[in-house]
Design a protein around this ligand. Structure first.
Ligand code: AMP
Ligand code: GLY
Length: 447
């Protein structure tokens, strides 16, 4: 059986790697994939631009899937989902893991997501939406600081400003609405109560359609908890990034917190997905703040997290392809989820200069003999070098800010941590940078 995976990040490398472990999978077609998937067993990269011709948009990806006889599609990132890629696959008769267009807007519009949370009683921060600048500024004065200003649309992580003063919040409103800091995404703003606590991510599998709901099969099944580390420097300092490393599971997620999450966030979300009549067969990412009043939902992402996926997937002790089949065919409720008992630590190596400007095309050396047992390097911003080494071994060059993650499993957190960082020692490229404290006390952002 052949599966197509859409995307080119570390998350998609981890998905392709996990799919390739399934005995029922013969080929994973990665579009476009990256240097990691290029070298992965059973995986083949296809560049969609080489394929377009008369086709455009989602049609290109559907055609690639058809030409390669793929019988399942897994869509990694949010952008294609928000543009209806899952709908296009289903229309062509190819089951797709990823919500259809309407449900994918839960990530694409923060206003819609907040409306949804409030309508169905999901525990979240109080908020109000504005399209009028003067009204937004008055609201900020009424509420005071700290306060959070969010662009409504997809803004690649640049649309949220946690303002410590009223002035900062007002400046943020002006920059987003007038300055076009994030383009059209900033024309509508959500202004939100500031929540105090530590953040965690819970990724989950979702199988919801109106038909499954009628038959009692609709469900959301949470995975083990995970935590991203968004700040660039040790001790949660420096600018925000796309993620400097992840761990799973997170020990501060007690059984009490998990049951509060299920009752106050997961169950009302499921009720809402059903009530809205969505076709949502894919993954959901709950961004949570662990406040003194219990967990609150900061955001929904309609996909797996990056780099959380690189920490969570190695803990799965089940067949990922079979889980995907269960998501699409409505049997997820009875799927046998088994998890490894230990921990994964996954620090990320970035290009020097990231998250600002950085060089690309830098050769990466990986001393394979130094990669720890139970460790895996998931490639993100790196591609296969066009000309291979003299001895024929292909090699990687950097192509992005976040270059790779060294993901390691251990029976204990300490063991996983040591293996992850000893594997990082096997990787070298010019101006390489990584945090040395992923998962340690004081490493995670908290308010
Ligand atoms: P979001 O894209 O909504 O997850 O926001 C990005 C980041 O901003 C989050 O990961 C939090 O660190 C922070 N953030 C978002 N909303 C709030 C809030 N209501 N209170 C405090 N911090 C927040
Ligand atoms: N790790 C955060 C995200 O995937 O959005």
């Amino acid at each position: 059986m052949k599966v197509i995976v859409i995307g080119n990040g570390g998350r998609e490398h981890a998905i392709a790697w996990k799919l390739a472990q399934s005995s029922s999978v013969t080929d994973v077609i990665c579009v476009p994939g990256n240097g990691g998937t290029a070298l992965e067993e059973k995986c083949t990269n296809i560049d969609p631009s080489s394929y377009s011709g008369e086709l455009s948009g989602n049609d290109v990806f559907v055609k690639i899937a058809q030409d390669n006889s793929c019988t399942l599609a897994v869509v990694g990132p949010e952008n294609p989902l928000a543009e209806g890629m899952a709908d296009a696959f289903w229309k062509a008769g190819i089951p797709a893991v990823g919500p259809k267009y309407a449900a994918a807007q839960l990530e694409a519009s923060k206003d819609l997501a907040k409306d949804f949370m409030q309508k169905y009683g999901v525990a979240c921060a109080e908020s109000k939406t504005f399209t009028d600048e003067a009204q937004a500024l008055t609201y900020i004065e009424e509420k005071g600081a700290p306060i959070v200003v969010k662009a409504d649309g997809l803004a690649a992580g640049k649309g949220v400003i946690v303002a410590q003063t009223v002035q900062q919040a007002k400046d943020a409103v002006k920059e987003l609405m007038e300055g076009g800091m994030v383009g059209d995404a900033g024309k509508k703003l959500v202004i939100e109560q500031y929540l105090r606590g530590a953040e965690i991510s819970i990724l989950a599998a979702v199988s919801v359609t109106p038909e499954y709901a009628k038959e009692g099969k609709a469900c959301i099944v949470p995975f083990l908890s995970a935590r991203d580390h968004k700040r660039l420097l040790d001790g949660a300092k420096g600018p925000n990034t796309g993620g400097m490393g992840a761990i799973s599971p997170v020990d501060d997620v007690t059984p009490l917190i998990m049951s509060q999450f299920e009752k106050n966030i997961l169950e009302p979300t499921l009720k809402g997905l059903v009530a809205e009549g969505y076709d949502y067969r894919g993954f959901i990412f709950f961004g949570l703040m662990l406040t003194a009043e219990g967990p609150k939902c900061l955001e929904y992402n309609v996909r797996l997290g990056d780099p959380e996926t690189q920490a969570v997937l190695p803990l799965m002790d089940f067949d990922f392809k079979k889980m995907c089949d269960a998501i699409v065919d409505g049997s997820l409720k009875s799927f046998d989820f088994k998890w490894k008992k230990g921990y994964v630590v996954a620090p990320v190596a970035v290009s020097g200069g990231y998250p600002k400007s950085y060089k690309k095309g830098i050769p990466i050396e990986i001393a394979k003999a130094k990669i720890a047992s139970d460790a895996k390097i998931f490639v993100a911003g790196a591609i296969e070098e066009r000309c291979a080494h003299k001895d024929g071994t292909p090699s990687l060059v950097t192509s992005g800010g976040r270059v790779l993650a060294c993901s390691a499993y251990g029976d204990t957190f300490d063991e996983a941590w040591k293996k992850a960082y000893s594997t990082m020692g096997a990787v070298k490229f010019k101006d390489m940078f990584y945090r040395k404290d992923i998962g340690l006390p004081g490493a995670a952002e908290s308010n």
